[in-house]
Write a protein that binds this ligand. Structure first.
Ligand code: ATP
Length: 422
């Protein structure tokens, strides 16, 4: 057995896509008589600033001999990687042996790559100590993702699927011809096993990217047959090639438990506290509030691209108890989802007169309230019920704003009721 890791071959402006390169390497291996056992599409720490888009890295599991696999992967990479973009920093790592038995420092490297940061030197040293073959181009930062993708199989225990259909290469850069009605019909037929295919609220086909690369559409879900079936029922321009990947997308693997006092930038957390200030909408439509715990405050933001989710956030009130999830950047947590643990359902208000219905007036300091016209009185403020638009349980950003690694509520397994978006 051999495991090939690949990363950092594409460019934000010039296109390509490392999943496409992995598909081409797999085809080259098959053309030379090798067998592909599986391909992994791994999402690493979304806070990494060098990422082109979704911080993806790829692994191919094959029976092809390691030395020959290394040669084939390097040849395909040199042919396809967008090395003209100075930000592209490709890497290949090849591990002889089974993906089930990689050394524990490689599995730990994979876990840390999802929640933390590594250096290229770390990656090269860990790979060499494990007897792996490595090569980097333009600094070779891609060896970080490549090694993490190799360790992922043994490190992670939750897997989802993505079936990617690719365009004919000469069409890349032109508008994609996809019948949107067929996307919605097919997405509805596959839901909820296939998720995040479309966004009904925004009327958007989320599975069709806008980037200049070769992907026509990518269908995500919990079952490989269902995602392939959804893809097959989409009417579109010709599909040149396709591949099904095992992935850690939709798993929330990037989140770690945290306390407000200990959060660090560049990491993503699940944190509990109470709403300290009513939410406010600032310029650009971004919504902010403060969460607090033991007198420590955390600014929390729902940015404009999270669309209708901001209405949920605007419905929060000071005193509500929440668990919030998201990445911390410049000390602010960018909300991906939150759970309402306890809602403030009443407030103290000035009493109204039971006779005339008007608000009573203060009868003087510590003397309660009274209605001068009717002669009625109350000893103090009264508890009034507040109408709330929120219920207990989890709320999430809509599919159009979902991070690749974030777990959609419809996948289940949450510790409270869920209010899924679709
Ligand atoms: P696409 O998803 O479109 O293929 P991308 O968003 O995956 O692109 P890359 O071009 O792969 O972006 O760039 C991400 C870079 O960050 C890679 O070089 C990868 O090795 C590196 N990287 C990934 N995870 C970490 C980490 N935890 N610490 C440091 N560097 C990382």
């Amino acid at each position: 057995m051999t495991v090939i890791g690949l990363d950092d071959t594409d460019s934000r402006t010039l296109g390509m896509c490392t999943t496409y390169l992995a598909t081409l390497v797999a085809e080259a291996i098959e053309a030379h008589g090798g067998r592909i056992e599986r391909m992994l599409l791994i999402r690493l720490n979304p806070a990494v600033e060098h990422k082109t888009r979704g911080n993806a890295a790829l692994a191919i599991h094959t029976d092809f001999p390691a030395g020959q696999a290394f040669d084939l992967a390097r040849a395909e990479l040199e042919r396809w990687a967008v090395i003209d973009d100075e930000r592209t920093s490709p890497g290949v790592v090849v591990a002889p042996g089974s993906a089930d038995t990689v050394p524990t420092n490689v599995t730990q490297f994979a876990r840390d790559a999802v929640r933390d940061f590594h250096t290229t030197d770390d990656a090269v040293e860990t790979a060499s100590r494990s007897g792996f073959l490595t090569q980097g181009w333009h600094g070779g930062r891609g060896q970080i993702g490549a090694l993490a993708a190799i360790g992922a199989w043994a490190a992670f225990d939750t897997w989802t699927y993505e079936h990617i259909s690719y365009r004919e290469f000469h069409r890349c850069g032109t508008p994609r011809e996809v019948d949107i009605d067929s996307v919605f019909e097919s997405a509805d037929a596959g839901y909820p096993t296939a998720w995040d295919t479309v966004d009904h609220g925004e009327g958007e086909a989320v599975c069709v990217p806008n980037a200049p690369g070769p992907i026509l559409h990518g269908i995500r879900g919990d079952d490989p047959d269902v995602v392939r079936d959804v893809a097959e029922h989409i009417d579109a321009e010709p599909v040149d090639r396709e591949a099904t990947f095992l992935t850690n997308q939709g798993t929330d693997m990037h989140l770690q438990p945290g306390d407000i006092a200990d959060l660090r930038d560049g990491h993503a957390y699940r944190v509990t506290g109470s709403v300290e200030s009513d939410p406010e909408t600032r310029r650009g439509g971004h919504v902010f509030f403060t969460l607090s715990d033991d007198d420590t405050n955390l600014p929390v933001a729902a940015f404009e691209p999270t669309k209708r989710f901001r209405n949920r956030v605007r419905s929060l009130r000071s005193g509500d108890e929440l668990t919030v999830c998201g990445e911390v950047t410049d000390g602010t947590l960018k909300l991906e989802k939150f759970a309402v643990r306890d809602l403030v359902e009443s407030e103290e208000t000035t009493p109204t007169c039971p006779e005339c219905g008007r608000t009573m007036k203060s009868a003087g300091r510590n003397q309660g309230y009274r209605c001068r016209d009717c002669g009625t009185s109350e000893p103090g403020k009264v508890e009034t019920e507040i109408e709330r638009d929120l219920e207990l349980g989890w709320y999430e950003v809509p599919p159009c704003a979902r991070r690749h690694i974030a777990k959609p509520l419809v996948r289940g397994g949450f510790d409270a009721a869920t209010h899924p978006e679709r």
